[in-house]
Design a protein around this ligand. Structure first.
Ligand SMILES: [Zn+2]
Length: 105
């Protein structure tokens, strides 16, 4: 059984376990969705991910990119290139999401 990660709330200092939190998804505006949880004590909102249509499309493409059957035929060099591409896209998704989170706060 996973013990989970301890989280300390920035606002009230309350310590809680991430297995206790409820992850929620909410449409914030237009096509923008947020995945977040709240501090069980003071209700401070912690945003995990903000997505819009473009980001969700990138995430979907990312998920489709890595079937195990596909990568087993690659040479080591090709595989390394794929990993680099995958990580670069992951970074792109993360930074877009971070910008979006800032933009709507
Ligand atoms: Zn709190």
């Amino acid at each position: 059984m996973s013990k989970g990660t301890r989280i300390k709330c920035d606002i009230c200092g309350f310590n809680f376990n991430d297995s206790k939190i409820k992850i929620k998804k909410q449409k914030v505006k237009d096509d923008i969705e947020q995945t977040y949880f709240r501090c069980p004590k003071c209700g401070k909102k912690y945003v995990i991910l903000t997505t819009d249509t473009t980001i969700r499309k990138l995430i979907r493409r990312q998920k489709e990119m890595y079937p195990a059957e596909f990568t087993k035929d690659l040479t080591d060099k090709e595989y390394t290139e794929k990993v680099h591409e995958y990580n670069a896209r992951k970074e792109e998704i993360k930074s877009r999401s971070r910008e979006l989170t800032k933009a709507i706060e």
